[in-house]
Design a protein around this ligand. Structure first.
Ligand code: ACO
Length: 324
């Protein structure tokens, strides 16, 4: 009997304020035309001072639990992926744990920047497969705008804030559930070129939070190669091909990266779930935000094969194959 993690609920939470490219262009030397053509981003949500990673994460968590129809008392694990914790410590996950009224189990953060949700999903999936937890909440939540240098137009136009969450439940593979759930997860990292995409601060170096610094062209090149490699690996590990994929749920960094990756994978047009136009790059939140929206719209049906993939600072990258 195969023990698998089923995704039994999804939820999202966005800040109140959406900011269009034209609004940004009043504050930064840029234009709607440049941003749209280069990235496909038309607007992004930016957190107000009272909106933090924990408040957004809590909103997504509550929505995911409601969608799953279960109470927080059933949870025995929270894994929260973020690059922008409310505090250096404790983990933002424990703030969410307390706000949900959950006093048992364990809650912790993982940090893999834009790949964070895939990393969190892999960690939780392995806890469930190993029998160390039965019901887990995996959250990707960011207030990435707090890391941006608003004088640097090459980075500040790209990112946004938000959160998404999924509830996982262990299944013993009874009935058709044996074919459903997270089929496999695949994680990679390579720290040799971390300065191609990093934050130039931190408690142990500058004692400041720092700002995002990026070599956009190099990141683009690495992203397309790494993402298609890891996506192929996830398919091959399950004896599947691109033709089997119902939906690609990619990290929403940039429409051109998504299009180049789908071309490399030879996926037919229209198979990628897209939200980058309205969310920008929300780092660890981007995949669960895109997934949660697509589920709420009824686009994802039981039996669909989903391929999730992401790449981020580090570099880190990863993929997951999921039978819905
Ligand atoms: N508005 C207007 N002009 C701009 C802006 C802006 N916001 N930013 C840069 N420019 C100008 C540059 O100054 C440059 O001008 P110049 O030719 O006079 O010197 C020109 O636009 C071209 O700049 P490039 O950096 O060469 O532009 P490029 O075509 O590479 O596009 C971009 C930049 C969009 C950042 C691209 O490299 C990219 O998408 N990279 C991937 C980065 C990414 O997605 N990172 C997210 C994190 S990683 C991940 O999630 C996968």
């Amino acid at each position: 009997m195969v023990r698998r993690s089923l995704i039994v609920g999804c939820g999202t939470c966005l800040p109140r304020r959406s900011v269009s490219n034209d609004e940004l262009a009043r504050r930064v030397d840029t234009s709607d035309e440049w941003i749209t053509q280069r990235t496909g981003i038309r607007s992004r949500y930016l957190a107000e001072p009272d909106e933090t990673t924990a408040t957004l994460a809590l909103g997504a968590a509550q929505a995911a639990l409601a969608h799953a129809g279960i109470g927080a008392d059933r949870l025995d694990l929270i894994v929260l992926a973020t690059t922008t914790p409310d505090h250096t410590f404790p983990a933002t996950a424990v703030k969410v744990q307390a706000a949900l009224g959950m006093t048992g189990g364990a809650a912790f953060d993982v940090q893999a920047v834009c790949s964070g949700f895939i990393y969190g999903l892999a960690v939780a999936d392995n806890f469930l497969r190993a029998g160390q937890a039965r019901t887990a909440l995996v959250i990707g939540a960011e207030t990435f705008s707090r890391l941006l240098d608003w004088e640097d137009r090459t980075t500040c136009v790209l990112f946004g804030d938000g959160a998404g969450a999924v509830v996982l439940e262990a299944s013993e593979g009874v009935g058709d559930a044996g074919d459903r759930g997270i089929l496999s997860t695949h994680l990679r990292s390579d720290g040799r070129q971390y300065e191609l995409l990093w934050v130039d601060g931190g408690p142990s170096t500058t004692r400041t939070t720092g700002h995002v610094r990026m070599n956009g062209r190099e990141v683009f090149r690495h992203a397309v190669t790494r993402l298609s490699e890891i996506a192929e690996e996830a398919l091959a590990a399950n004896g599947l091909t691109a033709a089997d994929v119902t939906w690609l749920v990619p990290h929403q960094a940039n429409l051109r990266i998504i299009e180049a990756t789908t071309r490399k994978l030879a996926l037919p047009d229209g198979r990628a779930i897209l939200s980058v136009d309205r969310h920008g790059n929300t780092s660890a939140a981007s995949i669960p935000l895109a997934l949660g929206e697509a589920v709420a719209q009824g686009r994802i049906r039981r039996g669909d094969l989903l391929l999730l993939e992401a790449m981020g600072g580090g570099f880190t990258w990863g993929a997951a194959a999921v039978r819905w």
